[in-house]
Design a protein around this ligand. Structure first.
Ligand code: 5GP
Length: 184
């Protein structure tokens, strides 16, 4: 889906699909360098990180494996409930492996700090985080994120994996959802 298809639902276009792809390519080159010769496991956070992880993995020149977790988050609203639950666990045993958690967006950082604490307990060789987008103004936890695609304003955004009530995930770019849409 292109931005033009939903332009009326967005109050602002933040990034085009091409801009996001270029940045993911740059991040992949850095990840390739950093993990040369290492057994890399990309851990995607469902559902939103599907797009980021798929694009990142296809840009990597080195081998890697992928696994997925699901964590309860916003439901159909636009603010976090703050209550988190692991809905789907990893399939793989991660002890001694190099984990790179791949997120779509870091807002308050609560989801990520919950996940990191959970994964640390399993004894990985290393644990780092990559996110496509981050909202620095919304941070409520101090989470170390090694790879950041874009820092964005503290607005509710959709596209590139991010939805509102299940919609807009497959938008190639990223835009601010017009409040008129969720106030309807
Ligand atoms: P955090 O725990 O960092 O506050 O939020 C992380 C999760 O909340 C993300 O993985 C995403 O599912 C959701 N989220 C946070 N900000 C936004 C946003 O601007 N738009 C959408 N669609 N989801 C968001």
């Amino acid at each position: 889906m292109e931005i033009a298809d939903v332009r009326g639902d967005l109050s602002q276009v933040l990034l085009t699909g091409d801009e996001i792809q270029r940045r993911i390519g740059q991040l992949a080159a850095t990840v390739d360098q950093d993990y040369q010769g290492k057994d890399l496991l990309l851990v995607g956070v469902l559902n939103g990180a599907v797009w980021t992880l798929a694009d990142l993995a296809r840009e990597l020149r080195n081998d890697c494996q992928m696994d997925w977790v699901a964590i309860s988050s916003y439901g159909a609203g636009v603010t976090s409930s703050g209550v988190l639950r692991l809905l789907k666990d990893l399939s793989a045993d991660v002890a001694g492996r190099h984990l790179l958690v791949v997120e779509d967006i870091i807002d308050t950082g609560l989801t990520l700090s919950y996940l990191i604490e959970n994964l640390r307990g399993r004894g990985p060789a290393s644990l780092e985080v990559l996110t496509a987008f981050r909202k620095p103004a919304a941070a409520r936890c101090d989470v170390a994120v090694k790879y950041v695609g874009f820092d964005i304003p503290n607005d509710f955004v959709v596209g590139y994996g991010l939805d509102y009530a299940g919609r807009y995930r497959h938008l190639r770019g990223l835009g601010v959802l017009d409040p008129a849409v969720y106030n309807r």
